[in-house]
Design a protein around this ligand. Structure first.
Ligand SMILES: *Cc1c(COP(=O)(O)O)cnc(C)c1O
Length: 457
């Protein structure tokens, strides 16, 4: 089929929503290193995770052999409310850049939570309900995960307690109200409602909080409250599994038109959207069936892939969670308060960390003013006001397309547009007022985080 027959939006039919998630770990020769018990440093057994996570999700977390896992009918039904999400050919952006590159993006912002996070929230809420739990606890940074989870919990009639990083709680009151509208309770973190929160407040009075702190608080509440478990919106293997729906749909849509991307780009916070987007493509790469250039994009102010260490680390500041082997800045790392754009987690998915370590993907970091410049350009030509997180991917997609302009190469670029930025207007305001600045941590600052890494032999 000729190129110019490709529509602006490639939609799949409702019955083309994947019926199985794809588990890329099944095709990895070097599996991600196992989670370790934070006290004994021995690999965790499933039973040790049961007080924290639902049983079925523990099974998914530890499963690195089954390539396909059925999506339960109830989750497939919920997906129909907002999936398949459109795969868009960025004709207007291509024209604005005057590039021979062909740019596609998968848009995950078409639901009230405004991001891809709902794909995993609904799955995690479903398994909690199925296990007969009363509710779940979680943390949220920018607020997208908390919003997605509160929607999912209200759908299944579960209670939802959200610990929201204090700086976002204050900057994003409307996010908080969306969560409360869906019935969640929202507490700014660190808080005095938990032991670990009180400890962190004592050690760092006036802290604006971090994801790592909020995780510790949410885990403490889950493990101390009857009928509750903890759920996490990124980083974990199970979350990457659920997010594979993004990549599976993208691939199905491109396959319809015989399009094969040369470069696949995604922003990386904890790695879930990127892991989900690339998974079927990475599967082909791992099985030797195709090759793709895959690029993770992270903020220069929180550079876990590009400047972090590949080591076992705590997943949270309070050091109560299992240890994961990942690219990390140390669980004590808190990005500069001037960093506006999300993607502020200190570590990275252990699956993506292993793939990166094995040279199967690349990573790059970008500064936030350059990210917002790309966001503004994109909003003006493609019509969608992107989330700052997503705009990291836009930045690099634009840069790659501009390289094609120089070389005349007609590369096909696919990137993940993970969400909309309507709740990020404080950050956009800073950018519009010309007062946004870039902050790159020094080696000395990063060293402080590395000094806190646990010694694991
Ligand atoms: C949470 C979020 C991200 C980053 O999280 P990952 O787990 O790395 O995908 C990116 N974009 C948006 C819109 C988000 O809400």
């Amino acid at each position: 089929m000729s190129e110019n027959k490709i529509p602006y939006k490639i939609y799949l039919d409702e019955n083309e929503i994947p019926k199985q998630w794809y588990n890329v770990r099944a095709d990895m020769k070097n599996k991600p290193a196992p989670l370790l018990n934070p006290q004994t440093h021995k690999p965790l057994k499933a039973e040790e995770l049961y007080p924290i996570f639902c049983k079925e999700l523990v099974a998914q977390e530890l499963n690195d052999t089954d390539a396909y896992i059925d999506i339960p009918k109830e989750i497939q039904d919920f997906y129909k409310m907002y999936r398949p999400s459109p795969l868009i050919r960025a004709y207007f952006l291509e024209k604005a850049l005057d590039t021979p590159a062909k740019i596609y993006y998968k848009f995950e912002g078409n639901n009230t939570s405004g991001s891809h996070k709902l794909n995993s929230a609904i799955a995690q809420a479903y398994y909690a309900k199925k296990q007969g739990l009363k509710g779940v606890t979680t943390e949220t940074g920018a607020g997208q995960w908390g919003t997605a989870l509160s929607m999912a919990c209200s759908y299944f009639g579960l209670d939802c307690k959200v610990y929201m990083v204090k700086v976002s709680y204050e900057q994003k009151p409307f996010r908080r109200e969306v969560m409360r509208t869906y019935g969640a309770s929202v507490t700014p973190s660190p808080s005095t409602t938990t032991e670990v929160g009180r400890k962190i407040l004592e050690a760092h009075p006036g802290t604006s909080g971090s994801l790592g702190c909020a995780i510790s608080e949410a885990v403490e509440v889950a493990t101390k409250t009857e009928g509750y478990r903890y759920v996490l919106g990124s980083v974990l293997n199970q979350v990457l599994l659920h997010q594979s729906v993004i990549g599976l749909e993208s691939k199905a849509a491109l396959d319809k038109y015989g399009v094969k991307p040369d470069i696949i780009i995604g922003c990386a916070g904890g790695g879930s959207n990127l892991g989900g987007l690339i998974s079927p493509f990475m599967g082909e790469k791992l099985r030797g069936e195709a090759d793709y250039r895959i690029i993770a994009v992270e903020p220069a102010s929180c550079p876990s892939f590009t400047r972090g260490k590949f080591a076992y680390d705590y997943c949270d500041t309070g050091m109560v969670c299992p240890l994961a082997k990942m690219y990390t800045l140390g669980s004590g790392f808190i990005p500069s308060a001037n960093h506006a754009g999300g993607l502020r987690y200190h570590g990275m998915s252990s699956t993506l960390s292993q793939l990166y370590h094995d040279g199967l993907m690349e990573a790059t970091s970008v500064e936030q003013t350059a990210v917002f410049e790309a966001a503004e350009k994109f909003a003006r030509v493609e019509g969608i006001l992107p989330a700052p997180e997503s705009s990291h991917a836009i930045r690099v997609a634009v840069d790659e397309a501009l390289k094609c302009k120089e070389t005349g190469e007609e590369k096909t670029i696919l990137f993940g547009l993970t969400g909309t930025g309507y709740f990020d207007m404080v950050a956009y305001q800073k950018f519009n007022d010309g007062v946004m600045s870039d902050y790159i941590p020094t080696d000395e600052e990063l060293q402080k985080g590395f000094d806190g890494l646990p010694k694991v032999d």
